[in-house]
Design a protein around this ligand. Structure first.
Ligand code: APR
Length: 236
């Protein structure tokens, strides 16, 4: 089976009704990143940050995977699929994808403020769960969202690089490629590997060459990609 690695961003969940970050009226027009998505912001005002993620987590109860999520999950029948997502929602999993790497964490998990990546402290929480100031993690520290904030390391990036380096096909869906190290994954793709980018708008791809743009939304774009890959399959 050929291996397809898919890097997804907020645009993948836009058609599910979750706002992106940098589109007009995006999340970063409503909130200051440094206040709600950085380790300094959390240390400065933890209650504000806890509430920001409680609100985003609760929204998951009201949204469903889009057709694009479902099509990617269905592709597991014909390909070895690896989803590397910057998204912290659980929509890829709810659509049926079984191999999802979350670079920036997950809204449906919580962890220790003292040692956020201590596996013994990472716990699953339901979408309606509110993390409150004073809630304790297993190590007795304040419980916090299992989210990678700006200024924190991205522990899953090494695994993501390994997957990209061994991909037969690389697909980018719904990301402005603004945030590193995720945006740098494109430079780990071997030159012989076909690269497809699905986005309704043009995306700055930092000098990477030979990208086939599918200038459509995620759902339409993945449907078109499936057709293109069927033709490619005979030549791969
Ligand atoms: N289908 C596909 N792509 C879409 C759609 C859609 N329906 N609607 C918008 N897009 C595209 C936009 O054109 C844009 O290129 O999705 C991309 C969204 O870009 P951003 O809002 O910057 O989101 P993302 O790239 O995922 O941000 C990366 O930044 O703030 C951090 O941690 C946060 O993971 C996030 C990271």
């Amino acid at each position: 089976m050929k291996k397809i690695v898919v890097l997804t961003g907020a645009g993948m969940s836009a058609e599910s009704g979750i706002t992106t970050f940098r589109d007009s009226n995006g999340l970063w027009e409503q909130f200051r990143v440094e206040d709600v998505a950085s380790i300094e912001g959390y240390e400065r005002n933890p209650q504000l940050v806890l509430q920001f993620y409680n609100d985003r987590r609760r929204q998951l109860a009201d949204v469903e995977p889009c057709a694009g999520h479902r099509l990617l999950a269905e592709m597991e029948r014909d390909y070895q699929m690896v989803i590397v997502t910057q998204n912290v929602d659980n929509l890829h999993e709810r659509a049926g994808s079984t191999n999802v790497i979350h670079l920036h964490g997950e809204l449906t998990k919580a962890t220790s403020s003292r040692n956020p990546n201590d596996a013994r402290c990472i716990v699953d929480i339901p979408v309606d769960h509110e993390i409150r100031w004073g809630d304790q993690a297993k190590d007795g520290s304040q419980l916090r969202p299992f989210i990678v904030w700006f200024g924190e390391p991205v522990p899953m990036i090494e695994k993501a690089i390994e997957e990209v380096q061994t991909a037969d096909i690389f697909v980018i869906i719904g990301t402005s490629l603004n945030v590193y190290p995720a945006a740098g994954l494109i430079h780990y793709v071997s030159p012989s590997v076909p690269v497809y980018l699905i986005d309704p708008k043009p995306v700055e791809t930092h000098g990477a060459r030979g990208i086939q743009f599918i200038q459509k939304g995620a759902s339409e774009g993945v449907a078109e990609l499936k057709g293109l890959l069927k033709n490619l399959k005979s030549t791969l």
